[in-house]
Design a protein around this ligand. Structure first.
Ligand code: COA
Length: 405
């Protein structure tokens, strides 16, 4: 796809790219949903072709491929996932796959960022892909449960059941009624209605949420992200876009990783995620050299796998006070939340989600916004990955940001 890049200069070869800036120069994604005719290979290929086309480079220009995927080894008994994707796109260079449950995609993006910042290469292709809907519901539920604590698995606690405990604790602690708990799902569906790539392109009402079938009391169908197929891809580069046509430079300026116990039962809190706070702190410090980025961020894609997770994310990321997320949703001071429709309505092909979040935020920043953020969670909060993106189109390369560093 596209045209060949200029060969590297001798200085570039020897000096390489240590601590380079990381630009998002290509984005791609398939539609998310029940894609019966598609395979892991065909979805990955479609997303990659779009991303390469945007970046105006070819597979030959890629220095490394990083794949985020969770379920392929389990559902299709296929391992060596990075090479499955590599073969699908005709790539024979270095490739690796990462697995961190529903945070596999975000973790793949982070590996890509580290690859470039450490000077191991200049163009990294990051792919998130998952094919879930070919398996029956019980197989999928069991597969996803593999990302929980062992005792929770033995007790038969599915992910809707674990998040139902968090939902109960959140409602009880902050005295939030059922109507308020439904707000974030209504908002996500509203955004997805204008996203042609979303799984559910239709709005819903608070009443519809409250009348939808119970999945794990008090979580109802319309509080849940769905089971989905899909792929997303990013070209990360140490060089900003080379073509005159694409004059928008989107940079990943911060990347953070946080963790906590695998089991929800061992956590200190059911109404907050330490992993998110830890990941945010790291990403903020990398992005601006100080904490407190919420007031700058204009667009955020956060991990609303269940309604309560979306509210907890808004609070842990500092966009609103503890217990206040449902009230703050429509405040003018809030950033644009989940313009893609989020996990709830755009869909949640688990390995693809974290990459899609960066695709969605990068596409929003191209429209002129300056700061964006993504938050991707694995399990019930055992892993969290946060990325901070910035539109640096009008800044001189190497110049200090006016706000920090
Ligand atoms: N939101 C809105 N509609 C949904 C939906 C969702 N999350 N999930 C399914 N639907 C719709 C389907 O489109 C279908 O509609 P139709 O009858 O008009 O075609 C209908 O509900 C039934 O779909 P089905 O696939 O049979 O649902 P299900 O009962 O097998 O699965 C859940 C529903 C909620 C149990 C399933 O989506 C689920 O397990 N979600 C959570 C996934 C998860 O845990 N991910 C990891 C997060 S950490």
């Amino acid at each position: 796809v596209g045209v060949k890049q200029e060969p590297r200069t001798k200085k570039q070869e020897t000096n390489n790219y240590w601590a380079q800036q990381v630009f998002v120069v290509g984005t791609g994604m398939t539609r998310f949903g029940e894609l019966w005719g598609e395979s892991v290979e065909s979805m990955a290929k479609a997303a990659v072709e779009e991303a390469l086309g945007e970046a105006k480079i070819s597979v030959a220009d890629i220095d490394a491929l990083i794949v985020g995927n969770m379920l392929l080894p389990m559902l299709e008994n296929r391992a060596h996932v990075a090479r499955v994707v590599a073969d699908a796109i005709g790539y024979t260079g270095p490739a690796l796959a990462v697995e961190a449950a529903c945070a596999s995609g975000g973790m793949a993006v982070q590996q890509g960022v580290m690859f470039i910042r450490s000077g191991m290469g200049r163009n990294v292709l990051v792919v998130g892909v998952e094919k879930m809907t070919d398996a029956d519901g019980a197989t999928i539920a069991r597969g996803l449960m593999g990302a929980g604590g062992e005792e929770e698995q033995l007790a038969g606690a599915t992910f809707p059941a674990l998040y139902a405990l968090m939902h109960q604790a959140y409602q009880h602690t902050y005295k939030i009624d059922d109507e308020a708990m439904a707000g974030i799902a209504v908002m996500s569906h509203c955004h997805a209605a204008s996203n042609p790539l979303a799984q559910f392109q239709k709005g819903i009402t608070v009443e519809a949420v409250l009348k939808s079938p119970l999945v794990a009391d008090p979580i109802r169908l319309l509080h849940c992200s769905p089971v989905s197929d899909g792929a997303s891809a990013l070209i990360l580069s140490a060089e900003k876009t080379r073509t005159k046509k694409q004059d928008t430079n989107i940079e990943i300026v911060g990347s953070g990783l946080g963790g906590d116990t695998l089991a929800l039962s061992k956590r200190k809190s059911l109404t907050s995620m330490k992993a998110t706070k830890q990941a945010l702190r790291q990403a903020e410090l990398m992005a601006q050299g100080k904490l407190g980025i919420a007031d700058k961020v204009e667009v955020v894609e956060l991990h609303d796998c269940f309604s309560v997770a979306g509210y907890i994310a808004l609070e842990d990321l500092g966009f609103c006070g503890v217990g206040e997320a449902s009230k703050c949703l429509s405040n003018k001071s809030m950033p644009l939340i989940n313009p893609s429709g989020g996990l709830k309505a755009c869909g949640h092909p688990v390995g693809a989600t974290g990459v899609k979040q960066v695709v969605a935020v990068a596409r929003e920043l191209r429209k002129g916004k300056k700061w964006g953020l993504t938050q991707n969670v694995g399990g019930t909060g055992a892993t969290a990955v946060v990325h901070v993106l910035r539109n640096t189109s009008h800044e001189v390369r190497g110049a200090k940001y006016e706000e920090g560093i």
